[in-house]
Write a protein that binds this ligand. Structure first.
Ligand code: BGC
Length: 872
């Protein structure tokens, strides 16, 4: 059977509110015949039963990134589309119907922003990053004394006639909950997080069914979110402005053909209500007595409410929601633990991202609180591990009557496994639900083997990705929740395996382009957070680091490799070139990047152990690391230029690359292959990035191997070298040692965390020390999960030899020490599966139509087409 499935528009199954005039279409294919190729396709697009585009059958094997070229799209509409594909056997496959919703295509912005007109408080910290990491900074004592309250807005409207279609465009500087007649219509944490002053997304909601003839109440609650909230490591508020505001435009078309525009203007009123405060990081305080019951319904008495301040402008930065909105993906009934200290703690069973819902008994004026943390201490008592003065992670409820209360936070979320309960007598597990949220990204990769620890590691990697690919790719979902570029860069290949991250990272890269400095620098955190100057050093001109800023080259390149999206390279090419020019202006005559501050091979375990200070790792390694990264990115740029036909630029990068490689080998590697700085990670970078002269290479490998042995066969690599560690050893003929490190259970190692019960990837290898002490580091950092790439390549046996997995190398290593492995990956062409079993000597492979492969099995290489192959 020939099958066409998984239709995507703008790389999403169902985009809601996109405003591109030419969205793109993609689909996947499946066939039970060998060597199937699409010979032609047809696309049809409909609006209300009318066809607005019919391509007719086009002779082409293209199955993705096909731009819309039909009639001009209309705003706020639901478009339906179908695809057909004919293959080389003459079989025709027809898709089911897919849809997408358009946003405000014409960019007509006719209503006004509304706000209270008052500035939010900025709590300026005088704390240093060092003090935060040393745990010397206490979280806020009484947040209610310093935090502002979310604001309620309301108005009633009248609908006089039968409505044919009504669409609402809404956004905020802050995060909002929009209700019509008591019913919430908005997405979670809308409008999400972008570089607000340069790119703010709006959401599109079809409200036709809600606007029946008669009167209706419109109510909004607006909270600080990322706009004015206490975000980032420093937790300074007002990073994008001082005033929150909200915008709503409802376009109504009546059945008689007339139209009406409704939305925010001076006629709205505002008040404070049930939320004493609600900060994304600090938590939420809900005071039931102050709740404005019915505020979003008709008939509510708002006579004491104040007039809003209305304003216009700033519409040019608006863009329709360009990624799948965040969603609640799971609800967990937790276990209730009683700790040795007598605390009552909920256990979600795994380290997740989300919040706690409660529906159960309460007593009048007795505060209930939920404090979130990722670990229990060595003795099983609650330990607050989240550092920083605005990281209370505590949600509180003050009931005004004894009885049953239902509560779930509205504008805050946490990264946690444990919840310390206070204020509930005899709590029952069934009264609680832990709601897990994620970014709505489709899972594309799965990898299961005969080794349970490896499977757990893979699940931990996936869970950390799920918790951190939320709104923007973050370092961690509790302490900083910031788009650290270096973290994304090292993790990118594994990210593309686990989930379809194309649309998600495209949005983030847009912000990166917008945040690029005039001189070409890429801030270390995207969206940039101004208060990071307290980390970078105030007044410092440099806001980027080698390995972090380099994300602007590496991430688009990884996306191209995984998804064959030339568009990603094109869109970001100028940014890359400007960044590369900036770096070029910083490197020496010899092509070495030996100036400025860099995070270096961040968090090298031995240095961390000896000094406890990550800055030591930076200072000790920054020069070699920056120069190695420069050689690496110039090499990638050559490839990118070749793909884009930029011959001259390619030559330029080739010359730079050769110069840096030669100088690197001369300056940092002695003739006996020893590095100036005898650290595992530096050998790994030098070898992995091909910076070692051929005559020194063997010796260099020996030194690396010895360093590993001297370290008790444990790794000692930092942030930037760790993705290359196993692959380098593997490629340099040290396969066994690569596996020793992968299967190692002593610290530092990947499986050490697994033996300590980790359910996510940690920021520090020894977040839980061998003596059982729980440190206060992050337990949910995806960066070290970059080992996923090695596992699915060598154990799974999956590698793209042509961008987008058009050509696939299948080379599972049967001598990896495992009995079997099953790997499946949904590429843009369709599903690839590889299933091997050592005992029976079986290898089963399936490749989707339009692809081809090469199988490396039992010492032989074999070119194949697509379809199913069974080898024994
Ligand atoms: C973050 C990292 C980040 C780093 C910069 C940390 O505080 O959590 O993951 O890349 O700072 O070195």
């Amino acid at each position: 059977m020939y099958r066409i499935y998984d239709l995507q528009c703008n790389n999403m199954p169902f985009p809601q509110g996109i405003d591109d005039a030419k969205p793109t279409f993609s689909w996947k294919l499946d066939s039970d015949q060998q060597d199937t190729y699409q010979v032609s396709y047809r696309l049809r697009v409909y609006l209300e039963e009318c066809m607005v585009w019919d391509t007719g059958f086009i002779k082409s094997d293209k199955t993705f990134d096909i731009p819309y070229q039909g009639e001009k799209l209309k705003s706020g509409q639901l478009y339906f589309w179908e695809a057909e594909s004919i293959n080389n056997y003459g079989e025709k496959a027809s898709s089911t119907t897919a849809k997408w919703q358009t946003g405000n295509i014409e960019s007509r912005w006719l209503m006004k922003w509304i706000s209270t007109g008052e500035a939010r408080k900025e709590i300026v910290d005088c704390v240093s990053a060092e003090a935060i990491f040393a745990g010397a900074v206490k979280s806020l004592d009484k947040p209610e004394e310093v935090l502002d309250s979310p604001v309620y807005f309301r108005k009633e409207i009248g609908i006089e006639k039968e409505v044919k279609h009504a669409v609402a465009f809404a956004t905020a500087k802050g995060i909002y909950d929009l209700q019509i007649d008591g019913q919430s219509v908005s997405h979670l944490f809308a409008p999400e997080y972008t570089s607000y002053n340069k790119h703010l997304e709006y959401q599109t909601y079809d409200v036709t069914k809600l606007l029946t003839p008669g009167r209706h109440g419109i109510g909004v609650i607006l909270a600080d979110g990322w706009y004015t909230g206490k975000i980032g490591l420093m937790g300074v508020g007002n990073q994008y402005g001082e005033r929150n505001s909200f915008y709503l435009q409802i376009e109504v078309t009546y059945t008689d053909g007339t139209k009406e525009l409704l939305g925010t203007d001076e006629s709205f009123k505002w008040s404070y209500g049930g939320y004493r405060y609600s900060d994304l990081f600090v938590g939420e305080y809900y005071v039931q007595a102050k709740e404005l019951t019915g505020y979003s319904k008709t008939g509510f008495d708002d006579s004491s409410w104040k007039q809003v301040v209305a304003s216009v402008g700033g519409f040019d930065i608006l863009q329709g929601q360009s990624i799948t909105p965040a969603r609640v993906v799971k609800k967990i009934v937790p276990e209730i633990l009683c700790t040795p200290k007598g605390e009552v703690v909920l256990d979600a069973g795994a380290n997740i991202v989300g919040f706690t819902r409660y529906e159960g008994p309460c007593e009048e004026e007795v505060e209930i609180s939920f404090e979130h943390s990722e670990v229990l201490d060595q003795n099983g008592n609650f330990q607050q591990n989240i550092l920083g003065q605005h990281k209370n992670q505590k949600d509180r409820i003050l009931p005004n009557k004894t009885g049953i209360i239902t509560y779930k936070p509205k504008f805050t979320f946490h990264g946690f496994r444990y919840v310390l309960l206070e204020g509930i007598k005899d709590p029952k597990a069934e009264d609680f639900e832990i709601w897990v949220i994620d970014g709505g990204l489709e899972r594309t990769g799965s990898f299961v083997t005969s080794n349970e620890d490896i499977n757990q590691l893979q699940e931990n990697i996936y869970r950390s990705q799920q918790g951190n690919m939320l709104f923007v790719p973050t370092d961690c979902p509790q302490r900083e929740r910031a788009g650290w570029t270096g973290d994304m860069q090292v993790y990118a290949p594994t990210a593309t395996f686990n989930m379809d991250v194309l649309a998600f990272l495209k949005r983030w890269l847009k912000d990166m382009r917008l945040e690029q400095k005039m001189d070409g620098q890429i801030p270390n955190v995207i969206p940039a957070i101004d208060s990071n100057k307290y980390i970078d050093g105030e007044g410092q001109d440099e806001v980027s680091s080698a390995g972090w800023g380099d994300a602007c080259v590496i991430v688009p390149y990884r996306l191209y490799q995984a998804y064959q999206s030339k568009e990603v390279l094109k869109d970001n090419f100028q940014m890359m070139c400007r960044w590369m020019d900036y770096v070029e202006s910083k490197v020496s005559q010899e092509g070495l990047w030996d100036t400025g501050f860099h995070f270096g091979d961040w968090l090298i375990p031995s240095i961390m152990k000896a000094t406890g200070n990550p800055m030591e790792t930076a200072m000790k390694t920054k020069e070699e690391v920056a120069s190695a990264m420069y050689a690496y990115t110039t090499e990638i740029m050559i490839d990118i230029c070749n793909v884009l036909g930029e011959k001259k630029r390619a030559e330029h990068y080739l010359a730079l690359n050769q110069k840096t490689r030669t100088s690197f080998s001369i300056k940092y590697i002695s003739s006996d292959g020893r590095m100036r700085n005898d650290l595992q990670g530096l050998y790994v970078l030098a070898l992995g990035m091909r910076l070692v002269d051929e005559h020194k290479r063997q010796a260099c490998v020996r030194h690396l191997v010895n360093l590993v042995h001297e370290n008790d066969d444990c790794l000692d690599t930092g942030f930037l070298s760790v993705p290359f560690l196993l692959e380098t050893l593997y490629e340099e003929g040290e396969k066994e040692l690569a596996y020793t490190l992968l299967f190692q259970k002593k610290s530092p190692s990947w499986l050490y965390a697994v033996t300590k019960g980790a359910t996510t990837i940690w920021e520090n290898w020894e977040a839980i020390r061998p003596d059982g002490t729980r440190t206060n580091s992050s337990y949910n950092h995806f960066a070290f999960g970059c080992v996923g790439e090695f596992m699915y390549k060598h154990i799974g046996g999956l590698e793209a030899v042509e961008a987008g997995y058009r050509k696939i190398k299948i080379a599972p290593d049967i001598n990896c020490g495992l009995d079997w492995a099953k790997t499946s990956y949904v590429s843009r062409y369709g599903e690839i599966s590889i299933d091997w079993d050592k005992k029976s000597g079986k290898l089963e492979v399936k490749l989707p139509p339009n692809t081809s492969g090469e199988i490396w099995w039992n010492g032989k290489t074999m070119e194949i087409g697509n379809g199913r192959y069974l080898l024994k």
